[in-house]
Design a protein around this ligand. Structure first.
Ligand code: NAP
Length: 353
């Protein structure tokens, strides 16, 4: 067991910190990159800590919720980012030093880390050892990490697909959507995706194998486009966006349909969330509308990792990533999620081992 870091060499540590709490749409100016130092060793005396050199940072929509200030009794108290302290999220890294029984220097890991060059992880049970080092390490920010598990748990466990089901996925070219759509194809479903540009629609049809796709920004009538693409209705709606898309999809659900409520990115920056008008229609068609949180599915991670690595090797699942270089690029990359600037899984490359 190592861990004599009090005498270890020091290194520069650039970090992304929030400058203020956010209301409405976040901007790059809500964050700043500051330069600190770090000891390249776990502090002497700590019994279960891991010092990680971060290689890739993941950009995820849920970070927006943590940029707000929540009052006591609100949905996410205690989870807010602290002004001036490093933002946290999932990342991929290399262990530099460890006093954790199951991790040693040189191991590659993914899990909860900081938006900085080096992170001292004091709850190492939130880290997973990377088993498929023959695949691109960056995949552990997305398809083999939290986003992939979200798609898998949401589609397979909550959506419970049957061969021949008609599936609709929104934000379909993104990190979660691209995996959910490809899992639908593997399950023998007919799958339609929506995305915010013609380039993304083309990707859905030509790269990810969706049966059909549409650009929700250029379609003026959502009801008409859903009728056109899915004339027999929807068995599973995998909802990443909420708002008007969810409301319209409710009108098109089939008997016994399932709405997998994964995310509501269209609502995250609104002070007044949109209402739903079509909830009534879930009654006659006995539609199950079910939200889920990936946090409840980490127990199935190792099964998922093996299955997904297999799909990637067999090219049944292909991956599109949007990679920016350097920690200075992280704030803009995060903000871009909320205007759809990213094409595929958004991540930040810091170092390649
Ligand atoms: P992503 O799809 O890779 O990136 C976000 C995308 O959302 C953007 O590229 C943009 O794509 C779309 N978008 C942004 N603003 C929008 C708006 N106003 N209306 C419609 N679409 C909009 O992100 P992700 O990581 O895969 O996350 C997708 C969803 O899953 C999010 O809602 C996220 O919060 C949720 N999620 C849930 C869990 C869970 O445990 N339940 C876990 C992870 C993620 P377009 O160009 O297509 O608009």
């Amino acid at each position: 067991m190592a861990g004599g870091g009090d005498d270890a060499a020091a290194a520069r540590n650039k970090m992304v910190v929030p400058k203020r709490h956010v209301t409405g749409f976040p901007t790059e100016e809500d964050m700043e990159v500051v330069v600190g130092t770090v000891r390249l060793g776990v502090p002497a005396g700590s019994t279960s800590a891991v010092l990680v050199k971060n290689l890739y940072l993941s950009c995820d929509p849920w970070m927006r919720g943590r940029m707000s200030r929540h009052d006591e009794g609100a949905t996410a108290p205690g989870l807010d980012f602290v002004i001036g302290e490093t933002m946290v999220n999932y990342g991929v890294g290399k262990v530099i030093d460890s006093t954790h029984a199951e991790l040693t220097a040189g191991d590659l890991v993914w899990g909860m880390s900081g938006w900085e060059e080096y992170t001292l992880v004091t709850q190492p049970e939130s880290l997973f050892k990377i088993n498929h080092t023959e695949l691109p390490l960056s995949y552990y920010t997305g398809v083999l990490g939290m986003a992939g598990l979200t798609a898998y748990a949401g589609f397979m466990e909550v959506g419970r697909p049957k061969r021949g089901d008609f599936v609709f996925v929104s934000a379909a070219s993104g990190a979660v959507g691209q995996v959910a759509g490809q899992l639908a194809k593997i399950a023998g479903c007919y799958v339609v995706g929506s995305a915010g540009s013609d380039e993304k629609v083309d990707l859905l049809k030509t790269k990810f194998g969706f049966n059909d796709a549409f650009n929700y920004k250029s379609e003026t009538n959502l009801t008409a486009v859903l009728k056109r693409c899915l004339p027999d209705g929807i068995d599973i709606y995998f909802d990443n966006v909420g708002g008007a898309t969810l409301d319209t999809a409710l009108l098109h659900m089939r008997q016994g349909g399932r709405v997998v409520v994964c995310g509501m990115i269209s609502q995250y920056n609104l002070e007044e969330p949109d209402g739903l008008r079509n909830m009534f229609y879930i009654i006659p068609k006995a539609v199950r509308v079910e939200g889920f949180n990936v946090g409840g599915y980490f127990h199935m991670y190792s099964r998922f990792e093996e299955e997904m690595a297999g799909y990637i090797k067999e090219e049944k699942v292909v991956v599109v990533e949007d990679v920016v270089e350097g920690i200075e690029s992280a704030p803009a990359a995060l903000i871009g999620l909320f205007s759809g600037r990213n094409v595929g899984k958004q991540l930040v490359a810091l170092a390649r081992e």
